[in-house]
Design a protein around this ligand. Sequence first.
Ligand SMILES: [Zn+2]
Length: 141
Amino acid sequence: MTKECLFCAIVAGTEPASLVYQDEIVSAFLTIGPVNPGHLLVIPNQHAAFLSDMDEETGAHLFTISTRLARVLRQSGLRCEGINLFLADREAAFQEIFHVHMHVFPRFSGDNFTISADWSVKPSRAELDRIALQIRQGAVK
Ligand SMILES: [Zn+2]
């Protein structure tokens, strides 16, 4: 736990949160800034600012619980025609709280959530293959 981390304080119980799930590895609670009602954050209980700070077993469990909570949201009676899972790692990706968190939130047609990108640019197969090679030659083991 770090002194000024809001999410560590939620895990410690010194800051309020509307918890929906907690075990020895992760906690899930409603965000105070929801895209839609039922918008959850799933976090590791142990502080990890970024993905690279979190061990893989914790990350796997975080994803398992996120997918289970997505199923629960669909069955909850809340308006939910679809689900987004969203994890922002570092400021350039819009991370604002520096304790890893997976957003799990209901979607429905006509809601106000958008992702803005130019999807029209289609790289050539040669360019895709070049990038794939670059990634394969990276440090993934
Ligand atoms: Zn923290």
